[in-house]
Design a protein around this ligand. Structure first.
Ligand SMILES: [Fe+2]
Length: 393
């Protein structure tokens, strides 16, 4: 395979592809009120966080609800990694305010919390009882999302990630029931992100695309989105740091994030996310930063098990790998990952973030049970995970 063409060697396995209705483009955020009205909303719950309120985006969406004559209640008690108690409090607020539609404005934290509020409200169960794959029996109320980071893709995904403070880990809820109904993808909302958040969320999106492309559950439908996401994010993310107000660059990264989201929502993820969930829950670190610290090391671990797939990832990063031996291709792909990480300034190591060698067995134990590990292209046992964490220290 040298020209990007692909000849299937066997009939494809059964695969499904789930996606919400998506409106992409500058100004799409102002459609929130109209969509809420179309859902017949009597009263919406506007779920957001203090940073998004300060940036002005929650207020704009609130005005669109006003203009559509949809009354709303506000819930903004959300941490950067949304917590079990915050979902419970939000669901109580939803019930007390007699809401029937949810509008989420924010990054993955606000949207994941909104998903949690939705499924807790419709299923009348504690959020932790809904953990795992396909454990949500009742669909949630209509959920309209306005994502304000170019990374998590919670606005299109079948995933909700909630932090369990007691166990110091993250809980993954994976279900068609947490796919939002509508995502209003407006690149202008990215312009208020600070540089480090821009870098971390953009790298998270890149990791989504990489892990979806090498996932054991990938399909032709997810592959096209994963590769296009890499082609959009890789050359444009650093430019967003240099010129934060450039809406064309932001649009490229946001579209890349959307495509990565469509890919991973349907192909699932891999060891980077399994290990990042464990790490982020243990130390309450930014999700994209955790992924970035681990990506190189997991790629080195996986490479030979999916060499042809990683080669195509390298080509999507504009690497010319023709005529190279596999070991040289691996070196080139790892080099491109490291170069991007340095260029966008996400250079922390686990040790610099407070991880000690003695923490590694606990981290590996949690990661071993994460649903994302199942689709990693190379099977990883406890010892493998410990070694990878050790290399990332
Ligand atoms: Fe992620």
């Amino acid at each position: 395979m040298t020209d990007g063409s692909f000849t299937p060697s066997a009939p494809p396995e059964l695969r499904k592809f789930v996606a919400p209705e998506v409106v992409v483009g500058v100004g799409s955020r102002r459609l929130a009120g109209r969509y809420a009205k179309n859902f017949g909303a009597v009263r919406a719950l506007l779920v957001t966080d203090p940073g998004v309120i300060a940036a002005g985006w929650a207020g704009e969406v609130g005005r669109s609800l006003d203009e559509a004559s949809v009354p709303y209640a506000l819930f903004s008690g959300i941490s950067p990694n949304p917590r079990v108690g915050e979902v419970t409090a939000g669901a109580e607020h939803y019930r007390m305010q007699d809401c029937d539609v949810i509008v989420a404005v924010g990054g993955g934290s606000a949207i994941d919390c909104a998903k949690g509020i939705g499924i807790v409200s419709s299923n009348r169960r504690h959020i932790l009882e809904l953990e795992g794959v396909d454990n949500v029996a009742e669909p949630m109320p209509p959920l309209i999302c306005v994502p304000t980071t170019g990374g998590t893709s919670a606005d299109v995904s079948q995933f909700a990630i909630i932090t369990d403070l007691e166990l110091r880990t993250k809980v993954a809820i994976i279900s068609k029931s947490v796919v939002p109904d509508v995502s209003l993808v407006d690149p202008e909302t990215l312009t208020t992100m600070d540089p480090y958040l821009t870098a971390c969320t953009g790298m998270d999106a890149l990791v989504h695309a990489v892990e979806a492309f090498v996932s054991n559950a990938h399909s032709p439908l997810t592959d096209v989105h994963a590769l296009e996401a890499i082609r959009l994010i890789h050359p444009n993310l650093a430019g967003c740091l240099r010129d934060p107000a450039d809406v064309a660059l932001r649009s490229a990264v946001m579209l890349g994030s959307l495509e990565a989201g469509l890919a991973f929502s349907n192909a699932s993820l891999g060891a980077v996310h399994a290990m990042a969930h464990s790490l982020g829950g243990y130390l309450d670190l930014p999700h994209g930063e955790c992924n970035t610290m681990l990506l190189r090391h997991v790629t080195a671990f996986n490479f030979e098990s999916a060499a042809e797939r990683y080669e195509r990832i390298g080509q999507a990063m504009a690497l010319d790998l023709r005529g190279m031996r596999t070991s040289d291709k691996q070196r080139a792909v790892l080099g491109a990952i490291e170069a991007l990480r340095a260029e966008v300034g996400v250079t922390a190591t686990l040790a610099s973030r407070g991880v000690r060698g003695g923490d590694i067995p606990d981290l590996a134990e949690q990661a071993l049970h994460d649903a994302c590990l199942v689709t990693n292209p190379r099977q990883a046992d406890r010892r493998d995970l410990e070694v990878i964490y050790g290399e990332a220290l």
